[in-house]
Every structure is written in structure tokens, then in C-alpha cells.
Design a binder for this molecule. Structure first.
Ligand code: AMP
Length: 116
């Protein structure tokens, strides 16, 4: 059984983080340490620790994460200029919170994709 992270508490609003979006599958809120003028996290309500733990039953949820990203990008007014969606996996991917999440970042030019 995977261990819950702070994100599960945010989903249940046990930690009062303002939510930008929530439905039966996903939740979105602003990253606490923004890396760009818009930095939003979109996460499944179900605890999936990493991309490696995704299975076919999660495909609807993963698709919803993308359509919610698109909706929020429009609401943020960054859809036309563009933005980046990022999902980090495990240590080499730079994952810090082991509850699957998609970063929606934008609002400024983001430069090249990788800074190795
Ligand atoms: P990652 O490195 O892909 O695992 O990203 C985890 C992200 O979660 C980081 O960008 C953190 O700033 C963000 N984060 C951690 N705790 C919180 C929190 N309580 N509320 C919002 N964002 C958080």
C-alpha cells in the first residue's frame, strides 16, 4: 500500500489550499514554490505514486489531467503564447512528491526543455 503524501490532504482539504479545479477524478492547485509566473499542479484524486504505477484503468484519469490543463491554461490566459506540461518520475526525473502530478508552467518564455 503506497504511503499518502501531503497531496492527499490537499485533495480532502484537510490542508486549506485553494483549489483551482476539482472533480471526481482530478484536483488542481497552485504550486507552493512556483518556477514560472503560472505554475499549477494537476493530480489524480487516487493515490498513484509514480508514472511507473499507472495502469490501463487510469487512462481516463490521465486524459482528464490533460483536458483540465488545457482549460486552466485558457483561464490563466497563457494558452495562445504556450506553456509546458511536465511529469517527473523517480530520482533521475527529479520527483519529490510521490503522488503523481502534472506541472502546468507558463506565463513567460520557458527556454529550452532540459537544463542538465
Ligand atoms: P516534483 O519535483 O515533480 O515531485 O514536484 C513536486 C512539487 O510539489 C514541487 O514543485 C513543490 O513545490 C510542490 N509542492 C510541495 N508541497 C506543496 C504544497 N503543500 N502545495 C503546493 N505545492 C506543493
Amino acid at each position: 500500500m503506497a504511503e499518502e503524501t501531503i497531496f492527499s490532504k490537499i485533495i480532502r482539504q484537510e490542508i486549506p489550499t485553494p483549489l483551482l479545479y476539482q472533480d471526481e477524478l482530478v484536483t488542481a492547485f497552485r504550486d507552493i514554490t512556483p518556477q514560472a509566473s503560472t505554475h499549477i499542479l494537476i493530480i489524480p484524486n487516487k493515490l498513484i505514486p509514480t508514472i511507473n504505477d499507472v495502469n490501463e484503468a487510469d487512462e481516463l484519469t490521465l486524459g482528464r489531467m490533460i483536458t483540465v490543463a488545457k482549460k486552466l491554461a485558457k483561464e490563466e490566459g497563457i494558452d495562445e503564447n504556450g506553456y509546458r506540461l511536465i511529469m517527473n518520475c523517480n530520482e533521475h526525473g527529479g520527483q519529490e512528491v510521490y503522488h503523481l502530478h502534472m506541472h502546468l508552467v507558463g506565463g513567460q518564455p520557458l527556454g529550452k526543455m532540459l537544463n542538465i
